[in-house]
Design a protein around this ligand. Structure first.
Ligand SMILES: [Zn+2]
Length: 282
C-alpha cells in the first residue's frame, strides 16, 4: 500500500499489506539496510524487487525487529540460501522460533484452516538471524551508524529496536503499534512491556521520529500515551492476581480498557500465568 516515504534523510518507510506491516530501508554509502522481511518467501521476493527498483544500491544488511512471522518468514530469501547478506536479530529469536513459530507452522501445514488469514507458508523455511544480538551494538553501514538495541521481554522476548543516530529516527517493531492496538500475541510479556518502553523513553527526545511495526510514523508523545495504556493493563493484571480474580472476572469489572477486550483478555491470561509461575510461562 502506498509508496516509500522518506521519513528522515536516507530513512525510508513503506507499509505493506497484508497486515500493514512496516518495512524500513536505511541508506548507507554503498548499500542499504532493510528492516524486517514480511510473511513468506513470496512476499520477500516482492520486497526485494521493490527495493531494487527504488534504490540503486544493493541490500547489504537485514535486521529483524522480533520473531513474529510477519517480520521474519521472508528471512530465507536474505540469509545464506538467498542473497546471503548479514541478518541481525535478538539472540532469543532461535529459541522463540522453536517454541512458538515452528509448532504454529507445523500445525498450519497439517490443517491450513487453522490460519484464517490464508497464510502462504508452504515454502517457508524458518531462518534465524545469522548474527545474534545480545547487547547494544553499533552497525556501521558505510558512512553512518545504526544502533541495534535488544530489549528485555515485552511484546515478545525477541524485541530489538534500531536507532539511526544521524537521523534521530527509531525503528520500534511491535513494541508500539499505530494502525491497530498493541498485540499481546505468542510469547508476550504484558507485565514487563511498559517498563521496557519507560526505559527507552528516557533516551527518546522530543522531535525524534518513531516508526512502529504497523502504521504511520509517530512521535515521542504517542509513545508516552501508549506506554501509559500498556501500564494500565499491567496494573490491572497485578490487581486481579492480588484479589484472586480470573481474566473474565477482572475484565468485566470495567468497560474503559484502552484496547479491545479480546486482546486484553490474552494479556490477562498470560500475565496471570506469569505471576503464578514466573519461570514456567515463558
Ligand atoms: Zn509482533
Amino acid at each position: 500500500m502506498g509508496d516509500w516515504t522518506e521519513v528522515a534523510d536516507g530513512v525510508h518507510h513503506k507499509r505493506y499489506n497484508p497486515l500493514d506491516v512496516s518495512i524500513v530501508v536505511i541508506e548507507g554509502e554503498f548499500g542499504v539496510l532493510a528492516v524486517d522481511t514480511r510473511s513468506s518467501p513470496r512476499e520477500a521476493d516482492e520486497l526485494i524487487a521493490d527495493i531494487s527498483a527504488r534504490f540503486d544500491k544493493p541490500i547489504r544488511w537485514v535486521v529483524n525487529t522480533h520473531a513474529h512471522y510477519d517480520h521474519t518468514f521472508g528471512n530465507q530469501r536474505f540469509g545464506p540460501f538467498g542473497l546471503d547478506v548479514d541478518v541481525y536479530g535478538h539472540r532469543n529469536i532461535r529459541r522463540h522460533f522453536a517454541q512458538f513459530e515452528a509448532p504454529r507452522l507445523a500445525a498450519a501445514r497439517r490443517d491450513p484452516s487453522r490460519e484464517p488469514g490464508g497464510q502462504d507458508w508452504s515454502e517457508v523455511t524458518l531462518t534465524p538471524p545469522t548474527h545474534e544480538v545480545a547487547e547494544r551494538t553499533t552497525l556501521n553501514i558505510g558512512d553512518r551508524k545504526v544502533d541495534l538495541i535488544p530489549l528485555r521481554p515485552g511484546h515478545t522476548d525477541t524485541d530489538l529496536v534500531l536507532l539511526v543516530r544521524d537521523a534521530n529516527t527509531w525503528v520500534l517493531g511491535d513494541i508500539i503499534e499505530e494502525s491497530g492496538p498493541p498485540m499481546y500475541g505468542s510469547g508476550s510479556f504484558p507485565l514487563g512491556w511498559p517498563g521496557v518502553l519507560e526505559q527507552l523513553l528516557e533516551q527518546m527526545r522530543p522531535g525524534d521520529r518513531m516508526i512502529p511495526g504497523h502504521g504511520q510514523v509517530v512521535d515521542r508523545s504517542f509513545v508516552v500515551r501508549q506506554t501509559a495504556q500498556l501500564k494500565l493493563v499491567a496494573d490491572g493484571i497485578r490487581d486481579a492476581h492480588a484479589r484472586g480474580l480470573s481474566p473474565d472476572e477482572a475484565l468485566w469489572e470495567r468497560d474503559d480498557w484502552p484496547f479491545p477486550v479480546d486482546g486484553v483478555f490474552w494479556a490477562f491470561d498470560r500475565g496471570l500465568r506469569q505471576l503464578d509461575a514466573p519461570t514456567e510461562a515463558r
